[in-house]
Design a protein around this ligand. Structure first.
Ligand code: ADP
Ligand code: DP6
Length: 202
């Protein structure tokens, strides 16, 4: 199935426990699920990895210890797939997308950004979620060698010009202001019919 053409594609990235899921969930809630879908590159990766390795896909999607046990190997496996075809997981992630606003919640590599920018020129907005190491630690992050010092976590650390940086260190008012600014950019790309749906449901 060919995905419907979006009006805007938000390419989210950020370190573990910076709050990518938290922030993207808030955005989707404001825009409504009728207008905005959250797409994860890691979802098709985990599905195929689970099938190939006879593992529990639902557990890999969760945020418990099960995923962490397989993370390093999933990274290696995913990188092998990406070397064969850098857009492999990107294509799978968007295949059923049918909303005007797409949030790709877990971009990790230059090739992820390049693929979307090439497929959807003029529609992509690159958003980085940032939180201090102290905040991330309070949220349960612990440095793991082979993960936090590898491309999976560091691939976008340098040489990427982000269009938007969201600081998410736990101050609700600061976050709210930033969300409002990003939401105005998003709604400026929507047609009046879709915009009415957003407004009536807020
Ligand atoms: N601004 C915030 N206020 C309160 N809790 C937050 C905030 N941002 C993140 N969290 C919490 O921190 C944890 C990690 O956030 P999450 O969005 O899962 O990070 P990531 O997807 O970047 O790994 C979650 O339990 C989440 O609810
Ligand atoms: C193999 C991965 O796709 C696993 C990603 O799983 P999640 O997206 O659930 O990870 P966090 O939000 O950082 O905890 C990483 C990769 O390098 O592709």
């Amino acid at each position: 199935m060919t995905p419907a053409q979006p009006r805007i594609v938000l390419l989210f990235s950020g370190k573990r426990k910076s709050g990518k899921d938290y922030v993207t969930d808030l955005l989707q809630h404001r825009l409504t699920a009728e207008v905005c879908c959250i797409l994860r590159l890691s979802a098709p990766l985990k599905l195929q990895y689970a099938q190939d390795h006879n593992l529990d896909y639902e557990e890999l999607l969760g945020c418990g210890q099960y995923k962490e046990e397989y993370r390093a190997d999933m990274i290696r496996w995913g990188e092998m797939k990406r070397r064969q075809d850098s857009g492999f997981f990107c294509r799978l992630a968007i295949r059923h997308a049918a909303r005007p606003v797409w949030i790709i919640s877990d971009c990790r590599r230059r090739s992820d950004l390049q693929w979307f920018r090439q497929e959807f020129p003029d529609l992509c907005v690159c958003v980085r979620v940032e939180a201090s190491e102290q905040t991330r630690s309070q949220r349960g992050w612990r440095f793991t060698a082979g993960v936090d010092d590898a491309e999976s976590e560091c691939g976008l650390d340098e040489g990427v010009k982000f269009d938007w940086i969201i600081r998410n260190d736990g101050d609700d008012d600061v976050l709210e202001k930033q969300l409002e600014e990003l939401l105005s950019l998003v709604t400026s790309r929507l047609d009046s019919h879709t915009l009415n749906d957003v407004k009536t449901q807020q």
